[in-house]
Design a protein around this ligand. Sequence first.
Ligand code: ATP
Ligand code: MG
Length: 423
Amino acid sequence: MKQSKLFTKTSKQVPADADSANAKFLVQAGFVDQVMAGVYTYLPLGLRTLQKIQNIVREEMNDIGGQEIYMPALAPKENWQATGRWDDLDVLFKLDGAGDKEYALGATHEEIVTPLAKKFARSYKDFPFAVYQIQDKFRNELRCKSGILRGREFNMKDLYSFHTSVEDMEAYYQKALEAYKNVFVRCGINALVTEASGGSFSKWSHEFQMPTESGEDTIYVNEAGDYAWNNELFPDMKDGDDAPDKSGKVKEIKAIEVGNIFPLKTKYSEAFKYNYIDENGEEKPVMMGCYGIGPSRTMGAIVEANHDDKGMIWPKSVAPFAVHLVSLGSKDETIQDRIDTVSEAVYTDLQKAGIEVLWNDRTDQSFGEKFADADLIGLPLRLVVSEKTLAEDSIEWKERASTDMRLVKIQSAVEEVASWVKE
Ligand code: ATP
Ligand code: MG
């Protein structure tokens, strides 16, 4: 894509309420636009990243047999009354409809998915199965903070699994846990598997917590740095205490929850009288599990973990484009022609090779502004075409995550980028 055609622009203005790296850089770089507290528009660059995260999640959910569906955001009051959450869930948005109708805006979807499954799966032969969706959720959060980390409207992938026994549900839960690990590794973030409370109906659940100062959770990490315990469940734990699994001492840190998996057991099947018929013709309650990931929060978390004082540093897997091609102008007409021709050729050949490239072809920016834009937007690889590099028949290669710069010959540049993309 040509940057001159992008309808959004970067901004030097730090947003007034920016309390975290993602709140600052995503807005300044034109990835998102704040409509009101906790509500954002995803702009062309930001939407590309969000969709990449969603696709990673989608692939991993498909891999564990998840079947994608799309449930409505608008839900009938009756469903939420059936579970008691019309009154109990304090973040639920409630709406008045025509006549005396009342609705809820989906904060989560057990109230829709349980009656849905009940319409189709009644015999033990129909189990197990899992369905998921990627959709916006609405929660009347008391305080929205840290940019897209905590929104009132936010994107979520929610998967629900249905089983005839606890053992089968627990086996699937383990599979989901591994799939979640894959998601976060592929997104380039270190999310710790964290033991948390299962609420009133299960002893435990697991969260995926990414260490960051912008996080609202306090967790205790083991010495190996690969497992943690949430302070909400272990309220008496302190920094330096023995780990519950006797693996050594724990360290207290701040973290943000990017995913959560939960054994629901029969909580919702009982609320909706969802039983299956077993081999002997007897009715038994269906076992359920639920599994959530916030792709929008994950996007914010990636920025928290990958930035410097100049801007964002996107991992290749979720960057809106792999390459930022930057053309620097010249006062000399002949040289300017050559800069244009070489840039255009590199741009076209990269695209032919299937490499996503943003080309800063703008003629109204200084060199400094173009470099500042590249650092702020944070695409993994910057290629510069200028009078200086053309004197060496080359273009300049600089990766966002490194300070090294080198020249690569124009003829071999696209090939080198193609093999770097695959690394
Ligand atoms: P938190 O404890 O942070 O409020 P939660 O436990 O209520 O989150 P879940 O209901 O488990 O969250 O939702 C699944 C996932 O959805 C979370 O792991 C997180 O990634 C995302 N999520 C939840 N609430 C928000 C929000 N207000 N804004 C953005 N993402 C959210
Ligand atoms: Mg949670």
